[in-house]
Design a protein around this ligand. Structure first.
Ligand SMILES: O=C(O)CCC(=O)C(=O)O
Ligand SMILES: [Fe+2]
Length: 298
């Protein structure tokens, strides 16, 4: 069966038409979803009505699930009955937050500061504000391919140091600083900033808001280069911004995209999203000579 799709933008993304995710789905359909996902980098499903258990079960068909560690002690991150579901929400119940507020209000790919960045994520919108609370996505294959050859030659296979410890309070100014134990749990990691996608073989730019240093490049050159690459990666021609409707679910591939939640008036409006997360492998880059350059500990 050929699944019908609609393109979301010139940059990336396809909407899947005519499939009810709450119904039974055979392996052939899942395999088709995967091919479409690899091709379009993000897939949108509309009118998804399912329980947390169904959300988890559907995601599992794409791979093993990652359970998000808490960040910022005392802030609940995961669903109380389904730890595989991270709750992104500004809603409070009896004065207590039920999820992580202001998650991802800056460009990133999920888990890029971890040793094993997350392969993919599936975000389901349950409650969204009118006319705001969008999420933007960037196609980092396109960003890489658009770089001038001399920049590619300079950065191909180089690793960047991604540091939760150095960037936590910059990226999450609303959260308490990391405790010593949290800092120990999130050591720095060096990832290749040009990354070979393990399924498509294409190269994507892999650099975002946790990167603080590039291997072999002095700090005074490295920092402006990081700024240049991170802003290049999310130029309008590589991006698509999604205006959510309740019931939308987007499955994105963290190996070839970045995303950011667009800041919204979260004092006035409620926004409630639930996310499952797919476990990833060790990032690597394959050079023209066939050498494989992998991430390494910080
Ligand atoms: O709330 C959003 O739009 C995205 C938040 C985020 O970065 C994530 O769920 O991975
Ligand atoms: Fe995210």
């Amino acid at each position: 069966m050929a699944i019908e799709t609609r393109s979301l933008s010139d940059a990336l993304g396809a909407e899947i038409l005519g499939v009810d995710l709450a119904g039974p789905l055979d392996d052939e359909t899942i395999a088709e979803f995967r091919q479409l996902w690899l091709q379009h980098c993000i897939l949108l499903f509309r009118n998804v009505v399912w329980s947390p258990a169904q959300h988890v079960a559907f995601t599992r068909r794409f791979g093993a699930l990652h359970i998000m560690p808490g960040i910022g002690h005392d802030v609940p991150t995961n669903h109380p009955d389904h730890p595989e579901i991270m709750v992104v929400s500004n809603i409070k119940r009896n004065g207590t937050p039920i999820g992580l507020r202001r998650a991802g209000w800056g460009w990133h790919s999920d888990g890029e500061d971890k040793k094993l960045p997350n392969m993919g994520s599936l975000l389901h919108a349950l409650k969204v504000p009118p006319d705001q609370g969008d999420t933007s996505f960037a196609n980092t294959y396109k960003a890489y391919e658009a770089l001038p050859q001399e920049v590619r030659d300079r950065i191909d296979g180089r690793r960047g140091r991604f540091s939760r410890a150095e960037r936590h309070s910059v990226n999450y100014p609303n959260l308490p600083p990391l405790t010593n134990a949290e800092e120990r749990d999130r050591p720095d990691v060096w990832h290749p900033i040009t990354r070979t996608h393990p399924e498509t073989g294409r190269t994507a730019l892999f650099i975002g808001r946790w990167a603080v240093e590039i291997e072999g490049i002095p700090k005074d050159e490295g920092e402006p280069l990081i700024d240049e690459l991170t802003s290049h990666a999310v130029k309008p021609e590589f991006t698509y911004t999604h205006r959510w409707r309740a019931g939308d679910a987007i499955l994105w591939d963290n190996r070839c995209t970045q995303h950011r939640a667009q800041p919204f008036d979260d004092e006035t409006y409620e926004r409630h999203m639930q996310r499952t997360t797919l476990e990833g492998g060790v990032p690597y880059f394959v050079t023209r000579a066939g050498e494989q350059i992998e991430s390494m500990a910080g």
